[in-house]
Design a protein around this ligand. Sequence first.
Ligand code: KIV
Ligand code: ZN
Length: 393
Amino acid sequence: MAKQLNEKNSVFIFDTTLRDGEQVPGCQLNTIEKIQVAQSLESLGVDIIEAGFPISSPGDFNSVIEISKSVTWTIICALTRAIEKDIDIAAESLQYAKRKRIHTGIGTSPYHIKYKFNSTQDEILERAVASVKYAKKYVEDIEFYCEDAGRTDNVYLARIVEAVIKAGAKVVNIPDTTGYCLPEEYGAKIKFLMDNVKGIQNVILSTHCHNDLGMATANTISGIINGARQVEVTINGIGERAGNTSLEEVVMIIKSHKELNIGTNINTKHIYPISRMISSLMNMPVQPNKAIVGRNAFAHSSGIHQDGILKNRENYEIIDPKDIGIDNNIIALTARSGRAALKYRLNILGIELSQKKLDDIYEEFLKLADYKKNINDDDILMLAGKDRTESNR
Ligand code: KIV
Ligand code: ZN
């Protein structure tokens, strides 16, 4: 059971891997796989799982039903447009959820109002209020999203946020749908709402940032600093186009920067295993230099860095890889590695050598590394004249 978060010093983690993340072409999961992901997200400690957009397909509807049955304490959320039929279907799909939320909303930017809805600000506001009131007949926990809030004028945004709060929304989501905002601009938007909306202290403001300009994480952190207390994120930052804010980045920033004085319910030791799971189920490789979960995120390859790390990890590491569930060795042996790294790896393999023998093997190692790029344990054993049965690994 998750601890109850105190909203002032904690941020709710709302995972949308199974909804916004799953919209990526080629990443679709079947219901069994979605259940597996949802259960892992629950073990990870996320507070809310956005399980799908039930009106979009019978498969999505069914997945929300099955995920609701298979998860115990995490809130299950279903997405809708500000349309009664969507809300009816979402409510039906959530019937087995122990804790449930409907996430409804509408586009609020001038682009959406004019080109998507051919409407006016006043009409959109009316539709927003009506959707919240309608959803309220099914569940207490209603989240409202102002789609493209990133490009919505702050004064109009404040009007609409105030109106949906009055109608009963408990969480208001401020998406930077196109990933356009600068961190300062996004933070100022959250602050403007915190300072100008009546009733804001009774609800939670949520961030939902896309990564089109590579600023999703920075914008999310800026949102938190300015008062948002829920973040919408995905594992490995997967999502439409350049993706959503990555869960692991935000959680580890919060954990590393103690001065933020913010907590989450996340058990960070589950981060790496779930990252691998999503990558493999969705057939979506993680870029090697991806922060926190990329293959090279903790792989030190230059001799100077390896020597420094072996003397004291903190010389070059701000996160202990064990904190995110990486247990094995992270010293990459390449042509730039020094003797210290080779000796360290040999010791892990149970091989102790005299300085003279180490020097000899190091010469051979450099020749091999020049040609092979990455040296694995079998190569090391071969250089040391041993085989697997003689090593302790
Ligand atoms: O990016 C976005 O605006 C969304 C909303 C539907 C929440 O995903
Ligand atoms: Zn989105």
